[in-house]
Design a protein around this ligand. Structure first.
Ligand code: UTP
Length: 415
């Protein structure tokens, strides 16, 4: 232990991060050990680089941006649609299809006490988001008479609560062996001077590393191995907060297969040029998503020959990957983006500070940065009212109220 402590002290001195041992003496033995291990896992050179990057602004004009071709599900030729349906159905029926739900986010905007998936939507009867998602998957399991395993990505923060919730709900009658959990990675948070924060328990202040952390987590946590052993070929990955996510989609799967793409994404038409959503595009000839903060007004308003927005295919976090693509992507980390957030910490006087304004950088990888690692991607436009009802904010746009109404309308029209 003393040796380990010395080793840690040396590293911290080298990187001027000695504050991380601020509470060390007050911790119980087990926590001391855990703190030292936490510190030994940090890549300080990488953290320093990320800190430097928070000071500079990216120049998006350096990229060659073009629209990414897409197909509209509604406008597919009958024969084409039937072919996709047939090929996709074959994959699902033969047990080569899995669903992954990303539920490792903090859900800060919603402000629900507990994992976001346990938030109850006021539909009749009111049900948690996880329950609504499980209903969609179970419907497909019955329809295709197939085993469709469900993988849930959690964070260190919400993993045990999430697993307890599933246990209480008897794994939604899908069989415990068909519902698997895996924990995503965390990244330290730094203040504006580049110092890593100490959290309110005296440990390193860390936060989930973004939905882009999914690829690395699937590899490290043995999920890819588990999928391989079950013969899974296609993996649908979506967030926990879209209550209309159609996660088992034979047409999207058939489209990817017939286009010989290792990934496919669903889009909905952007409501208006100013809507705050990322849109699919080609960046230096590779599939990508350009965020609303990055797109110029001119590009956002550009119109194609049919009078539609040229960059109008919104990315809704509903994507399908071939397992080979996930394996490939998971080898190298995706880039991190910084976000300036409020983070509770212990200061140099040992006092817990609860900031009222953002005070620290959080580092997150985005799933769509993985698209650039692929040569091509099949994009399918679907109807917003059928597949997109996000729960993001406590009120206003994309809130429980809007999601509830969309969900109820969907159910009414389905009947
Ligand atoms: P959001 O970016 O909307 O984040 O995540 P969030 O955590 O739900 O909400 P805010 O921004 O804190 O208010 C979109 C999806 O990606 C998952 C979320 O759980 C959600 O399903 N996600 C996000 C992760 O699984 N891990 C992360 O680190 C971040």
């Amino acid at each position: 232990m003393d040796e380990k402590l010395e080793q840690v002290e040396k590293i911290l001195k080298k990187y001027k991060q000695e504050q991380l041992l601020r509470c060390y003496d007050k911790l119980i033995e087990a926590k001391k050990e855990e703190l030292l291990d936490q510190i030994l896992k940090i890549d300080f050179d990488h953290m320093q680089k990320l800190y430097e990057e928070t000071k500079g602004k990216k120049d998006f004009k350096n990229f060659d941006i073009e629209p990414l071709p897409y197909v509209d599900k509604e406008k597919l030729e009958k024969e084409e649609k039937e072919k996709y349906q047939k090929d996709g159905t074959e994959i699902i029926k033969s047990g080569r299809y899995a669903v992954v739900t990303m539920a490792g986010g903090q859900g800060t905007r919603l402000g629900h006490d507990g994992p976001k998936g346990t938030f109850e939507l006021e539909v009749n009867p009111k049900r948690p988001l996880f329950t609504l998602l499980s209903e969609t998957i179970r419907e497909a399991i019955e329809k295709y008479d197939a085993v469709i395993p469900w993988y849930i990505m959690t964070s260190k923060e919400n993993n045990s609560q999430t697993q307890e919730f599933f246990k209480r709900h008897n794994y939604f009658e899908m069989g415990e062996e068909n519902v698997k959990f895996f924990i995503q990675n965390e990244m330290p948070m730094i203040d504006t001077t580049g110092k890593i924060l100490v959290d309110d328990k005296g440990m390193v202040k860390q936060a989930a590393d973004g939905h882009g952390g999914i690829f690395e987590a699937m590899r490290k946590e043995g999920i890819l191995e588990d999928m391989r052993s079950r013969g899974i070929e296609w993996i649908f990955i979506a967030g926990v907060d879209n209550v209309l996510a159609k996660m088992v989609d034979p047409i999207l799967t058939g489209l990817a297969i017939n286009r010989k793409c290792l990934a496919a994404g669903k889009s909905v038409v952007k409501n208006n040029p100013k809507e705050k959503v990322g849109v699919f595009c080609k960046k230096d000839n590779k599939p990508s998503v350009i965020e609303y903060t990055e797109i110029t007004d001119e590009m956002a308003e550009a119109i194609d020959e049919n009078g539609e927005l040229l960059y109008g295919e919104s990315h809704i976090l509903c994507n399908l990957f071939n397992i080979k693509a996930v394996e490939e992507i998971s080898i190298n980390k995706l880039p991190y983006h910084s976000a300036f957030k409020k983070a509770k910490y212990i200061d140099e006087n040992g006092v817990i500070v609860v900031p009222q304004e953002p005070n620290a950088y959080k580092f997150e990888a985005f799933i769509f940065d993985a698209f650039e690692r692929l040569n091509d991607m099949a994009i399918m436009r679907v109807k917003r009212e059928e597949e997109f009802a996000p729960v993001k904010n406590a009120e206003g746009v994309d809130s429980p109220e809007t999601a509830k109404n969309l969900y109820l309308d969907f159910i009414k029209n389905k009947k």
